[in-house]
Design a protein around this ligand. Structure first.
Ligand code: SF4
Ligand code: SF4
Length: 285
């Protein structure tokens, strides 16, 4: 089963839930945690994995042979991202805008364009006390998260339970990370911002046809509008985590919730069982 942990906005406690779930399950079955929050991966801070492999992620960008180029302009006409500009005497390439689609080299009538690999990030894999671990890291200044996400997802071990930590929001990297999962846990908080971003995230999941449930973090502040929304939309609230300075204190020191307060382990196991029952029909369990 592939289980994603996402949130419409940052800072809701998504990684706290993903890592606590992985740690609660590690003695029960094969568990893998994949951190797809490639712009700011931080699950490793809590799981402290030993990394055994590191791999570069590259995208193909064009390189123009000026000897062959006739400056016909076809490459810049075809590029949807303005990543290549044919000037009168020179072709300029803007690698940071290039999506590596290959259209320019395919259509160049002079065969003047070859593709060269440009590193946009890395994938690191290893293990953390029985948990298989992989994360992607986008290079500083790079905007192309999806290729790194796709590469790290190639490490998914379909033999066990996979927990994917997704970047916050509802943009392309989030869709890329969630695509193909059996269930999505949405972590939010009981505030107007939390509700607004939850609604957006639910819309995305419904378009992707992936069932979801909610973990409500920091209850005791805000209002009950998230609960009312979930009730109206028939979205289960799987777990509530109260606002507690002890939890925040452990989190700030890189200690997961279930290690700081072991009584939470049972609640995360309950959460997993609920999800397993709801996702079971999709994964044939
Ligand atoms: S399509 Fe090829 S020949 Fe035409 S401008 Fe671009 S690189 Fe030069
Ligand atoms: S590979 Fe695609 S995105 Fe990159 S410059 Fe060529 S046409 Fe544009």
């Amino acid at each position: 089963m592939i289980l994603t942990v996402a949130s419409g906005k940052g800072g809701t406690g998504k990684t706290l839930v993903a890592t606590s779930l992985a740690l609660s399950l590690k003695d029960k079955s094969t568990i893998q945690l994949i951190d797809c929050d490639v712009e700011e991966p931080n699950a490793h801070v809590f799981l402290k994995p030993v990394f055994t492999e590191r791999e570069s992620v590259c995208v193909p960008v064009p390189s123009v042979d000026e000897e062959k180029c006739t400056h016909c302009g076809k490459c810049s006409e075809v590029c949807a991202y303005n990543a290549i500009a044919a000037m009168k005497h020179k072709v300029l390439v803007f690698p940071e805008l290039c999506h590596g689609c290959g259209a320019c080299s395919y259509l160049c009538p002079e065969d003047a364009i070859t593709e060269v690999g440009k590193e946009v990030g890395v994938v690191e894999t290893g293990h953390a006390d029985g948990i298989q671990f992989a994360h992607g890291k986008l290079n500083v200044g790079e905007a192309m998260a999806p290729p790194v996400i796709r590469r790290v997802k190639e490490y998914i071990n379909h033999e066990g339970t996979v927990i994917i930590d997704v970047s916050p929001g509802t943009s392309c990297p989030v869709v890329e990370s969630i695509r193909g999962s059996d269930y999505c846990i949405l972590v939010t908080e009981p505030t107007p911002f939390g509700l607004n971003d939850l609604i957006l995230a639910v819309e995305v999941l419904r378009k992707l046809d992936i069932p979801c449930g909610v973990v409500l973090n920091r209850t005791g502040v805000g209002d009950n509008k998230v609960e009312k929304y979930c009730q109206k939309e028939e979205i289960p609230i799987l777990l509530t985590i109260p606002l507690d300075t002890r939890i925040a204190g452990y989190y700030s020191r890189g200690i997961s919730l279930v290690e700081g307060i072991p009584q939470w382990r049972g609640r995360f196991l309950d959460l997993y069982n609920k999800v397993k029952n709801m996702a079971g029909s999709r994964v044939g369990q």
